[in-house]
Design a protein. Structure first.
Length: 501
């Protein structure tokens, strides 16, 4: 069983081999400096032969010694250095399956092999406040790194300051100020592994092209790379069941599909079409979990808002049973999809498309002209669908038409987002106005789905001999919310009806 710990730390280079820590009693907030002694650590780091994990600032190691011996997978959190989630698993000979799944989107079918062995003699010190609460752990590590399968080796001494659980990150700045006075500087390497690889001659991944987008093709490809990267990076978050991860991963699939459809003059649809269909498949599979999550939250909020005198029967209990049954099935389904060959083949297809993009003549044209034309075309499509929906009487046909308009709103919004770098504020405002239309239509669709669920729950309650009063009351609230949304749509759309690009 894997466990996760949020790690917030800073690393420093020791100024000389015989370095000793300065008096840390002088750090504000520190009342006690506790010497915890020296511990010997032995860690073997794993990666693919072409260092795919290192390229993403991910480390995977098997470590013995210390009080946390076992397998450790460190995943970066955001773009800030020094903040990582450390996922731990018990010691075993092979990489645990609980960790291989979390790197699957990066590793794909490549083999994980040992690349570097680090042996550290770690001198541990705890900094505590007046109540005896540990604020941080300060370690002076004498490190020897050896390249696996080679004779190259290197040695160095570094200082590592790790914030205690639930500690204030500002405290690290206070410790750093004291260390700087002793001549200590921040390490140039992001991790021990990065330094070991560099100093033992292991070739790291090459740098990607960071040039500023100029042509329409540049902008579209930058958008695709951004969303491909999001898809890959969100994979482990979905597997760990982190909040909103499924939703964000599904959004990445939609943005990729929308780009393929919106920019048919830039990228050959004969090539992007099949990839788009696979993205549609993935989005639908992820939707099983996401739709369950949204619906459960919506119904729970509705119940919470009802006066207790109107909650007749075991309303909360029935919703809980209904939600748990759906959750267990949807979670298993989602992880099975991410473990499947079809999903990995999709990731490979995206990589291949970006490595050799099927550019058409419009790709070489000025970005502003092409991106504006594409956004206006998507906006016109949205306008036609809204006009059609509003022309229909309330009912099932209008519900379906409004759902189609919602899809068109997403596509137009994504076109605006892609154009922001080339067009600036005009594109940003365009996307913002369309997003408001999308949000209104999205809430309407959520109400449609909620009413279907409430009807099912009412039937189940009635069959069990319970009163269906509360479920009928909630159904009426959802019906009223949908009606209010339909009445508000013309005014919201009026503010977005003129693209102003």
């Amino acid at each position: 069983m894997a466990e996760t710990k949020r790690e917030i730390e800073r690393k420093y280079d020791a100024p000389d081999e015989g370095f000793r820590l300065p008096d840390l009693h002088k750090v504000p907030g520190v009342a006690e400096v506790i010497d915890k002694g020296v511990v010997e650590l032995d860690a073997v780091y794993y990666d693919t032969p072409d260092q795919r994990l290192a390229a993403q600032r991910i480390t995977l190691r098997r470590r013995t010694g210390g009080d946390d011996a076992g397998w450790h997978l460190k995943l970066p959190v955001g773009v800030e250095d020094g903040v990582r989630d450390e996922v731990r698993a018990p010691l075993s000979d092979d990489v645990p399956r609980s960790l291989t799944g979390l790197v699957r989107s990066r590793v794909r079918s490549a083999q994980l092999v040992p690349v570097v062995r680090l042996r550290s003699s770690r001198d541990v010190t705890h900094l505590a406040d007046a109540d005896g609460t540990v604020l941080a752990e300060v370690c002076v590590d004498a490190v020897r790194a050896e390249r696996i399968g080679g004779e190259q080796a290197t040695e160095w001494t570094e200082i590592e300051v790790e914030l205690a659980d639930d500690g204030d990150p500002a405290f690290l700045g206070k410790v750093e100020k004291r260390l700087r006075k002793a001549g200590v500087e921040r390490s140039a390497s992001a991790s021990k592994l990065a330094r070991a690889m560099e100093e033992t001659g292991i070739r790291g991944p090459g740098k990607s092209d960071e040039r500023k987008p100029v042509t329409a093709g540049d902008h579209v490809l930058a958008r695709l790379r951004e969303q491909r990267d999001a898809l890959v990076e969100l994979d482990p978050a979905v597997r760990r069941d982190l909040p909103d991860a499924v939703h964000q991963m599904r959004v990445a699939t939609r943005r990729l599909r929308s780009a393929f459809k919106t920019y048919k003059k830039v990228l050959d649809p004969a090539v992007t079409g099949p990839v788009g269909e696979e993205l549609k498949w993935l989005g639908a599979e992820l939707g099983v979990d996401r739709d369950r999550e949204v619906l459960t939250d919506r119904l729970t909020a509705r119940i919470d808002a009802l006066p207790r005198t109107l909650l007749l029967g075991p309303v909360r209990g029935r919703l809980r049973i209904w939600a748990v049954a759906r959750r267990l099935g949807s979670r298993r389904h989602t992880v099975a999809v991410l473990d499947g060959r079809r999903y990995l083949a999709l990731l490979e297809s995206l990589d291949a498309l970006l490595a050799d993009p099927p550019l058409l003549p419009a790709a070489d044209r000025p970005a502003a002209n092409v991106l504006v034309k594409a956004a206006l075309k998507d906006h016109a499509r949205l306008a036609a669908r809204i006009d059609h929906a509003l022309s229909l009487p309330p009912g099932t046909d209008r519900d379906h038409a409004l759902h189609d308009a919602r899809k068109a709103a997403k596509r137009a919004r994504y076109a605006g987002e892609t154009a922001v770098l080339a067009l600036g504020k005009k594109a940003k405002k365009f996307a913002k106005r369309v997003k408001k239309v999308q949000s209104l239509l999205g809430d309407h669709q959520d109400s449609v789905v909620a009413r279907e669920a409430l009807r099912d729950l009412a039937i189940q309650a009635h069959a069990a001999g319970e009163t269906a009063f509360a479920w009928g009351l909630l159904y009426g609230q959802e019906q009223a919310a949908a009606t209010d949304g339909e009445r508000a749509l013309p005014a919201v759309w009026k503010r977005a009806a003129k693209p102003r690009l």
